[in-house]
Ligand binder design. Structure first.
Ligand code: ATP
Length: 370
């Protein structure tokens, strides 16, 4: 695609806004007070465990569900009461939903034929969409003659050919095997960047969301717990759920307290830990201390005396070899603490029972709400 075309596409990308959304199925309150702004051209992920409401939120955007309160705004237009076919959105379903009796070309052309687009334009747009997903050469096959990844690309081509303002993807990679998923992640991202189209996708796989999304809304029980870039969510989680969902984290139970003008965390295991990052929490209840395993420095002899480092003593209770890292499980005052040490060929692993010193930079310790 040339630069001028790319710029024109980027300029025409639209924002998506959700305001005060509440949606119930009967007595089940599924979406609770959703407010969200997705920027034009963003690749945005709805992430969360099974049943948290992410598919319902996507279907609400598409017009397949209606909320009891709130508004859906695409670009400048409120679309809350428009049916799906008037929203100019393209949705790729988990199942791909391809027509088995039609060729790939016919599958991709179908939406344009339904819209009575002239034949010459259909041919041009179908060729371009198939070219974008690298399937032009297989255009005359039927879906059953394609691999899972190729079928996935047909589903994408069929959606982008109608030139939707917003692309909605419902767990688009879940039917693929692990290796193909990783390959398709890159392809999906490349395609999204080429088209500069606002794209929202649903996944329960945090690695998938982290690798392709510009921003993520992490949901639990119908509530967006936090939204931000993958790094923001990982490094600055607002609560225990976010910290725990995104990767491995160490938690100490206890309470936050003031010591003179400084804040300390009084852990239930007896440790008193000075804290600089407490996410605005000022009350003593309902919080926990969090730090990531890769931020824990493990030493056997040397003790780091820097004021910026919090020190714990512990005993190694176990280890997992993860390839590039060794994850040690260390008993610290009765709590398990995980510490990741990068693995280098030839380096000896520490034995169970070894007394170690754990050091964590103050900046890498947080108190968050429970
Ligand atoms: P998954 O990852 O398993 O697909 P999800 O986060 O996408 O989960 P949803 O499919 O949005 O979750 O479902 C959210 C909740 O709403 C669930 O408790 C589900 O049982 C309920 N639900 C979804 N659709 C309906 C419906 N049509 N009628 C009643 N309850 C529904």
């Amino acid at each position: 695609m040339n630069n001028a075309l790319h710029k024109a596409r980027a300029d025409s990308a639209v924002s998506v806004r959700l305001e005060g959304i509440n949606l119930s199925f009967g007595k089940t309150h599924v979406l609770k007070g959703i407010d969200l702004q997705i920027e034009p051209g963003e690749f945005f992920a709805f992430l969360g465990p099974s049943g948290c409401g992410k598919t319902t939120l996507l279907r609400l955007l598409a017009g397949f569900e209606s909320a009891q309160t709130g508004q859906v705004i695409i670009g400048d237009q409120e679309v809350s009461y428009l049916p799906p076919w008037q929203r100019n959105l393209g949705m790729v379903f988990q199942s791909y939903a391809l027509w088995p009796h039609m060729t790939i070309r016919k599958n991709v052309a179908f939406g344009l034929e339904e819209r009575h687009v002239p034949r010459s334009e259909i041919n041009r747009r179908v060729d371009r969409a198939l070219d974008l997903v690298s399937l032009l050469e297989l255009a005359d096959r039927r879906p059953s003659q394609l691999s899972g990844g190729q079928q996935q690309r047909v589903a994408l081509a069929r959606t982008i050919v109608i030139e939707p303002q917003v692309l909605l993807l419902d767990e688009p990679l879940s039917n693929l095997d692990a290796k193909l998923r990783i390959q398709m992640r890159h392809e999906l991202l490349d395609l999204q960047r080429k088209l500069s189209i606002t794209t929202i996708f649903v996944t329960h796989d945090q690695e998938e969301a982290n690798t392709i999304a510009d921003r993520i809304a992490l949901m639990k029980d119908g509530v967006i717990q936090q939204n931000g870039t993958p790094v923001e969510l990982y490094d600055k989680p607002v609560n225990r759920f976010v910290a725990d969902f995104l990767g491995t984290a160490n938690f100490f139970e206890g309470k936050l307290d003031k010591s003179g003008s400084a804040w300390v965390f009084q852990a239930n295991n007896g440790l008193v830990i000075p804290v600089d990052n407490h996410s605005g929490i000022k009350n003593s209840g309902g919080c926990c201390l969090v730090f990531r395993p890769q931020n824990v420095k493990v030493t056997v002899d040397a003790k780091n005396d820097s004021n910026d480092t919090i020190q714990f003593q512990g005993t190694i209770k176990g280890k997992e070899f993860l390839g590039s890292t060794i994850r040690y499980r260390v008993n610290v005052c009765g709590d398990d603490v995980f510490a990741d040490v990068s693995h280098q060929q030839g380096r000896h692993l520490l034995e169970n029972g070894t007394q170690v010193n754990l050091g964590i930079h103050r900046n890498q310790i947080m108190v968050v709400s429970d």
